[in-house]
Ligand binder design. Structure first.
Ligand SMILES: [Zn+2]
Length: 224
């Protein structure tokens, strides 16, 4: 896909996410890794609903701004996830309500923030890690993401929001939507004793769809 087409895709997905209320105001950001090793990144203080393809920040492989507006200040988040997941081509970060709400509940397992509720959550978002709260812009959050060693494509930042990597922009957007909807389901069903997928049902999905879940290791190596 040409760079101009990719620029339009970022704006189109950004508007779609914004218009569905998945990230308010000027929150949320999107980045995409280009074939030359550089990136396209949404600008700082820009609403995802009103992006201009020509003003997206264009960074070179060293992270230097080549053209466009100043990139989001949450770029260390993106950088850390790209560094630890070589397969990542795009990253979406939102301040989506249900995913943020989930991070504040006392019972959440930081290595599996959501139970296996639906096949599509597992197939698109995998298993989700929860990192503790960091002040926005705190460089320590990047270290925390690196600490996950690339085992998670979806990460929740406590009291803040999800950061999700995909091997395409569409994959990252769809995974973020699946994570948000699954967080919503969890909140709807909390304390109602719901039946989640059984370990055997999860194992069957892992096998049939070649899923790469941290709790179901089967030989994948993200460092490739
Ligand atoms: Zn944020």
């Amino acid at each position: 896909m040409s760079e101009s087409r990719l620029r339009e895709e970022i704006c189109r997905y950004g508007r779609s996410l914004f218009e569905r209320g998945l990230t308010p105001g000027s929150s949320g950001n999107i980045s995409l890794r280009l074939d030359d090793g550089g990136w396209l990144v949404t600008p700082t203080n820009a609403s995802l609903g009103f992006l201009d393809p020509a003003r997206l920040a264009r960074l070179d492989a060293a992270g230097t701004l080549v053209s466009g507006d100043k990139p989001t200040k949450e770029i260390p988040l993106h950088n850390a996830l790209y560094e630890s997941r070589a397969s990542a081509r795009a990253i979406v970060h939102l301040h989506s309500t249900h995913a943020v709400a989930l991070t504040m509940l006392p019972e959440i397992d930081p290595r599996a923030a959501l139970p296996p509720m639906t096949p599509y959550y597992l197939m698109r978002a995998g298993q989700t890690a929860l990192l503790p709260y960091y002040r926005p812009g705190d460089p320590a959050v990047a270290d925390a993401i690196r600490g996950l060693a690339g085992r998670y494509s979806s990460v929740l930042l406590a009291n803040h929001g999800p950061v999700v990597a995909g091997d395409s922009l569409e994959a990252a957007v769809f995974a973020t939507e699946e994570l948000e909807e699954t967080a919503k389901l969890y909140l709807l069903l909390r304390n109602l004793n719901p039946r989640y997928l059984s370990p055997a049902q999860v194992g069957d999905l892992v096998k049939n769809f070649d899923l790469d879940l941290p709790d179901h290791e089967h030989g994948h190596d993200h460092s490739e």
